[in-house]
Design a protein around this ligand. Structure first.
Ligand code: ATP
Length: 482
């Protein structure tokens, strides 16, 4: 199907890679700058000076995040007969958040530096000196812990050791939806703080309307909102973000077995997504909330170190029991064979689409030195995640016959793959641009193409070029991209 003939002078002169440049401290800055420059991520409302911890996805960013969500959906819903999807609303009855414990307990204790007024999360400050605060601790207990360690804690910004007392701060974001009296302080409507509550409250609906039997799962992708205190680390911690969560409903005695199975499967999922194992790590939660049976995080080696990417939790029967209590509805399962009734236990897998985005970007960002002394930045995305699969170039912009042929090729491919037509600048520049957005294949139409009905296909990673017949191009790319 293919021949290795190299066609044009410009293509021949493409320099070969001789070395990968090493990671450096400014990696995060480089990734942020590339995201802005190439249209992956923009700060929200930038013309007004931005809006802390809120970001927008640009034209390539939205493709990447959509591909990430599609890969998760395929791995969780499409490939598992016993998992079904759901799309619940962002707004929910205010009682949901009382039942879940978020109204009373969803808070991060904060301290403020008296000198520079920086606000710091106590759990982060303590973690840095090797002390771990329990989520259940009261303000009093936290302040006692801070007092005991006060000599070791200093402000990351100004190095002062003088702080205010810790105060708990609720992370739920309030709205005035449906409130026409103006007094929404009594029972405010919240924007959901996590997507899984929508799954718990639909447990009975799904059970009654589909043919699922325990053990079964409900999966959902959707926005969540948190009044995060520390706005840093780019899209790692956003105030509006997207979660991909799956809740598995299981027999109580089988809970831990199912849990261990999902731990293995979620680890493998990241390897299949192209993340290297050396950049992944398990972190076990030591201080579990009272109802939890087990909690482990999968951490990724972000440019600022290993941090939580996904949480995998065995939650016991807490969620269904709480919603049963607050709603007055029975949330049980009846075994159709034995007629036995019970409240299923829940195994949860929960990951942010935005954190996956940052992990994939970090993993893919590569700087290479080429044999002619030049350098290139290339995003080596796994092909299934690449925003643009193929870019189509006429060799010269001012030759109508080349442009027309290139347009024909583009029209053939665009129905099948996300493609881009580019006739700007010389071929070398176009390659650099596509490398920076991670396009796996660049296709050049030259004068030989007009005679032989073939094109040059250049591979992003190897930079090798092959001559492929136009008639075979679609199948060739399908095979390469699968
Ligand atoms: P962290 O300790 O980093 O605040 P968390 O333990 O509160 O995270 P969970 O409530 O378990 O996070 O949420 C599940 C997943 O949702 C996280 O593993 C993460 O991928 C994602 N996530 C949580 N908060 C944010 C956020 N503010 N911005 C982006 N993604 C988030």
């Amino acid at each position: 199907m293919t021949s290795n003939k190299i066609s044009t002078k410009e293509e021949k002169s493409q320099p070969r890679k001789i070395a990968s440049l090493t990671r450096d401290d400014s990696r995060m800055d480089k990734i942020i700058s590339l995201c802005k420059r190439r249209g992956f991520v923009f700060p929200s409302s930038e013309i007004y000076g931005g809006f802390a911890a809120v970001y927008d996805y640009g034209s390539y960013g939205v493709e990447l995040v959509n591909n990430i969500k599609a890969a998760w959906w395929k791995a969780m819903v499409q490939e598992n007969e016993n998992i079904v999807g759901l799309d619940s609303s962002i707004f929910m009855h205010p009682k949901v958040w009382q039942a879940s414990g978020h109204v009373s307990g969803f808070s991060d204790p904060l301290i403020e530096c008296k000198k520079c007024h920086a606000r710091l999360r106590v759990d982060h400050v303590l973690e840095e000196i090797g002390v771990f605060a329990d989520e259940k601790m009261s303000e009093e207990e936290i302040n006692k812990l801070l007092k005991e360690n006060k000599d070791k804690i200093e402000c990351a910004k100004c190095k002062s050791k003088n702080f205010t007392e810790a105060k708990k701060f609720n992370l739920l974001v309030q709205s005035n939806l449906g409130n026409f009296t103006g007094d929404w302080t009594k029972e405010p409507t919240y924007l959901r703080g996590e997507t899984c509550q929508g799954i718990y409250v639909n447990f009975k609906n799904v059970l009654d309307s589909s043919r699922v039997k325990v053990p079964f799962g409900i999966a959902q992708i959707g926005k969540a909102f948190r009044n995060e205190i520390t706005a840093r680390q780019f899209i790692f911690r956003k105030r509006e973000f997207e979660q991909m969560e799956m809740q598995m409903f299981v027999r109580p005695e089988e809970g831990m077995e199912v849990y261990e199975d999902w731990r293995k499967r979620r680890w493998q999922y990241y390897l299949d997504l192209g993340i290297s194992e050396k950049n992944l790590k398990w972190h076990q939660h030591e201080n579990l909330v009272f109802y939890a049976k087990a909690a482990w995080d999968i951490e990724y080696n972000f440019p600022f170190g290993f941090k939580e990417l996904e949480g995998i939790h065995a939650r016991g029967d807490y969620d269904l029991t709480q919603h049963s209590k607050f709603s007055g509805q029975k949330l049980e399962y009846q075994d159709s064979k034995t007629n036995e009734k019970y409240v299923p236990h829940i195994v949860e897998t929960s990951v942010g689409a935005d954190r996956t985005f940052l992990a994939v970007l970090t993993e893919s960002y590569t700087e290479e030195k080429l044999e002619d002394g030049s350098e290139r930045v290339v995003l080596k995305f796994p092909k299934k995640l690449a925003p643009i699969k193929a870019a189509i170039f006429p060799l010269l912009k001012n030759k109508p016959e080349l442009v027309q042929k290139a347009r024909e090729v583009y029209d053939v491919l665009k129905g099948e793959f996300m493609c881009e037509f580019d006739d700007n600048g010389n071929i070398g520049k176009r390659y650099r641009r596509q490398d920076e957005i991670g396009t796996p294949y660049c296709i050049t139409i030259d004068f030989d193409s007009l005679e032989n009905a073939d094109v040059t296909v250049r591979d992003r990673d190897t930079m090798k070029q092959e001559r492929i017949k136009i008639a075979e191009l679609k199948d060739y790319l399908k095979e390469k991209l699968s």
